[in-house]
Design a protein around this ligand. Structure first.
Ligand code: SF4
Length: 304
């Protein structure tokens, strides 16, 4: 196995301030993400590689962690690459990170599409409920649908089984329904399949940092038309998402602890506030909201 270059590499990649009391520290045990979802906007798709020699990993992470003692830090594993990548079973770096964070009493949030997360139930159940969150992400409910947008990721059916196993074991298991994709995300069916009462986060598809209407000529791996049937603009996606919140969100509101995050706009993207703003069913008129937060593409619409 080819190892990543450890020279100067940081496992705790960045700090993102959301408030005085909440700073997300992004932990990335691997370089690139082999799941290669078509909608991914992290630019991390590729052959997954470990960052350092496995023998050095624990010591390197411990040293980095010693600089993060303030309780304001929430360690987010799997923000830019999946926490349980396709080589985690072989390398075990995420397990090492969890062991170290649990031993230090740190707060941790893990996001993944992999059922391998159930391997670490023993660690999660040793952590207080308010110190850990295991988030399984879903875009759709069946392998058939997933073939259109995330064919190399573990199938939704396996994620669903993992979600129930975590929940039944007493783990603080949540769902991230993201990206929510109009015409593809079968929201009501998914909600029927989840354990009732859990936290469910929603976030709509983003067409990229610059919110261009389409960038197919620039990023060959990314084509909204490929998995959505036709080109959608960010404004159309945002409108459909708010409409879904008003209908399906309202229908299931009392059965789950839902967080419908605001669609990201240029303003909220710039200061991260979009991640903190929530929608409630019926609070926003979709047409009015989109008119007030209209996104003008920075790049011209491609012809192809
Ligand atoms: S699993 Fe996440 S990080 Fe990996 S390719 Fe898919 S969206 Fe990107």
């Amino acid at each position: 196995m080819k190892l990543g270059d450890s020279t100067g590499y940081q496992i705790i990649k960045y700090k993102r301030d959301y408030s005085e009391k909440l700073v997300i520290a992004g932990v990335e045990p691997y370089i690139k993400c082999g799941y290669r979802c078509f909608y991914c906007i992290t630019d991390s798709q590729g052959k997954t590689r470990p960052v350092v020699d496995p023998a050095s990993f624990r010591g390197l992470f411990r040293e980095e962690l010693s600089h993060f003692n303030d309780p304001k830090y929430l360690f987010g594993i799997g923000v830019a690459t999946d926490a349980y990548s396709d080589i985690e079973g072989e390398c075990g770096f995420t397990r090492i990170i969890l062991e170290e964070l649990a031993a230090g009493g740190h707060a941790v949030s893990v996001t993944t599409k992999s059922p391998l997360v159930t391997r670490d139930i023993d660690i999660f159940t040793r952590m207080p409920k308010d110190k850990h969150k295991v988030i399984i992400s879903f875009t759709c409910s069946t392998s058939e649908l997933a073939q259109r947008c995330e064919p190399q990721a573990p199938p939704p059916e396996a994620r669903l089984a993992a979600l129930h196993e975590l929940h039944n074991a007493g783990v603080n298991a949540c769902v991230l329904m993201a990206p929510w994709i109009p015409g593809l995300t079968d929201t009501a069916r998914l909600l029927e399949l989840f354990p009732k009462g859990i936290k469910v986060f929603f976030q709509p598809l983003e067409l990229g940092d610059v919110f261009s209407e389409t960038r197919d000529n620039e990023r060959v791996h990314f084509s909204a038309a490929l998995f959505m049937g036709r080109e959608w603009t960010q404004n159309e996606i945002n409108r459909a998402y708010i409409n879904e919140c008003n209908t399906v969100g309202k229908q299931y509101w009392k059965q789950f602890d839902m967080e419908w995050r605001w669609p990201i706009t240029r303003e909220t993207h710039a200061d991260n506030s979009g991640y903190l703003k929530r929608m409630r069913p019926g609070r926003y008129d979709p047409d009015q909201w989109v008119a007030e937060h209209h996104i003008e593409p920075r790049l011209p619409v491609s012809a192809g």
